[in-house]
Design a protein around this ligand. Structure first.
Ligand code: NAD
Length: 454
């Protein structure tokens, strides 16, 4: 690993990655190799957790291709030197910031969208001009192998290399010095990564998880809410970091929403009878999820098969914030429903919990919407939809507090892997001697005035 990191550092120091032409060429190469290996990726992910080609394309590759397209188009613009205002004190002069790549980057991925969570940060690193060591999640082993094959057979290790492995390999990597670490995963491992990075003062982006609420107020479009929430919760069998973890529903609309959601589930492809229903990633997680199903609270579903690692779309009604299921991120197809009558109490309760990665508000009431958006802290979210904010790269994507720090996709990804070097370029025409000795009262008065106006 030390040799590989040194190889990448030496390559970075040749300045080759700073050329826009090089970055465009590598982004194009990544697009070409991904396109020519699509079947390999579909087969691998199906073997790991029965994810269909449709779900893999829409939930993973489409986002990767869209990031690639934008990166190729905007790399020149984003990398340009940006002029800034020069204050009076520094006249005559020019001021600007120069974006520069941070250097050798380490990207650590999570398992739930293995292609997207590996390649999207890699695109951000490439467009910024960093070299990349990518460690995908070892949990879906076929997918991890596919990612390693695609990258390692097509890219020079001095620029882009995949290292496969679990905790020992990741820990060994984290012992080394990088110029940037980008981590996607759980909050607990995020803390380990942050501590390891502190040793070298390495800048870190942490894309973590948490319990993301969806709040449904009275007077909201319930039919639309039911449709969008069922899709967002049960896609990928609920194994999505920004899936609504739980619903908080106004008591006056609760029954109707539940009925509409039941109908939506019945009409959807989210069924254990459907060959395309995604499996839970492993036995350990299936067992963890089964324990969360409080049988006396089941409104819908609740059946499971440990052997095939499948759990029906399950809705649990009459849940309270102090129930066991409200303690940890669910990350599976189980949806608890909490009823409310007073929005202020709900806001206070959500604010007393760790800051979520996402928050969704379903309402036609703009004062409640504004109250939630201004008072609740969360990474990102939607009004009258769920999860779709990730599909708009102009927004950037990331968490806050326990759900992470930093953001990526689009220009935010470029910034995440860059440092903006600030430069004051002074004219040599003249130099007022006001800051030099002797320090007189007259000079001090002029300086005070200058600072006031500059
Ligand atoms: P995880 O934290 O268990 O693993 C993530 C990565 O860290 C893997 O590559 C793994 O090999 C490595 N790792 C695990 N334990 C480690 C240790 N002790 N030391 C060093 N490295 C270690 O997370 P996961 O189970 O793969 O993913 C699920 C979590 O990720 C959920 O909390 C989910 O919300 C979150 N997530 C967040 C985003 C986001 O964009 N914010 C996206 C997907 C998943």
């Amino acid at each position: 690993m030390q040799e590989l990191i040194q190889l990448q550092r030496d390559f970075f120091n040749t300045n080759a990655t700073k050329s826009i032409a090089f970055r465009k060429q590598q982004l194009q190469k990544l697009e070409d190799v991904l396109k020519s290996n699509e079947q390999l990726m579909y087969d691998a992910i199906y073997k790991d957790f029965k994810k269909s080609e449709f779900d893999t394309f829409t939930g993973e590759l489409a986002l990767v291709y869209s990031d690639l397209k934008e990166a190729k188009k905007k790399v020149g613009k984003w990398s340009r030197i940006k002029r800034k205002t020069t204050n009076l004190l520094n006249q005559p002069g020019k001021s600007y910031v120069i974006p520069e790549p941070l250097g050798v980057s380490l990207i650590i991925g999570a398992w739930n969208y293995p292609y997207q969570l590996s390649f999207a940060p890699a695109i951000s690193a490439m467009v910024a001009g960093c070299t990349i060591i990518l460690k995908p999640s070892e949990v879906p082993s076929n997918t991890s192998k596919a990612i390693a094959k695609i990258v390692n057979e097509n890219f020079d290790p001095s620029y882009f290399k995949v290292i496969e492995g679990g905790i020992p390999e990741t820990s060994a990597l984290l012992n080394e010095k990088f110029d940037k670490i980008f981590f996607t995963g759980s909050t607990s491992v995020g803390r380990i990564v942050y501590q390891a990075a502190a040793k070298y003062l390495t800048p870190v982006t942490l894309e973590l998880g948490g319990k993301s609420p969806a709040i449904i107020t009275e007077g909201s479009d319930l039919k639309m809410a039911a449709k969008r929430l069922v899709w967002a919760k049960f896609l990928n069998a609920g194994q999505t970091c920004i899936a609504p973890d739980y619903l908080v529903v106004h008591s006056s609309v609760q029954e109707k929403l539940l009925r509409l959601m039941k109908k939506e589930v019945e009409n959807s492809c989210f069924s254990t009878d459907n060959g395309n229903y995604v499996q839970i990633v492993n036995h350990r997680n299936t067992e963890r999820l089964i324990k969360m199903i409080a049988t006396d609270k089941i409104y819908l579903g609740g059946k499971y098969d440990l052997e095939t690692r499948t759990i029906e779309p399950t809705i649990l009604n009459d849940i309270h914030f102090d129930d066991a299921i409200m303690e940890e991120e669910i990350f599976g197809p189980i949806l608890p429903i909490i009823s409310y009558t007073n929005i202020d109490e709900i806001i206070t309760t959500i604010k007393s919990r760790p800051k979520p990665l996402s928050c969704y508000v379903f309402t036609e009431n703009s004062s409640i919407k504004n109250k939630i958006l201004s008072e609740v802290s969360f990474g990102g979210g939607c009004v009258n939809d769920a999860m779709m904010h990730i599909s708009n790269s102009h927004l950037g994507f990331g968490g806050v507090g326990d759900s992470g720090m930093g953001s990526y996709h689009g220009e935010e990804g470029f910034k995440t892997f860059s440092h903006y070097k600030s430069v004051l370029h002074k004219s040599t025409i003249f130099e007022p001697n006001i800051k030099y000795s002797p320090h007189t009262d007259r000079k001090l008065n002029i300086l005070k005035k200058l600072f006031k106006f500059s």
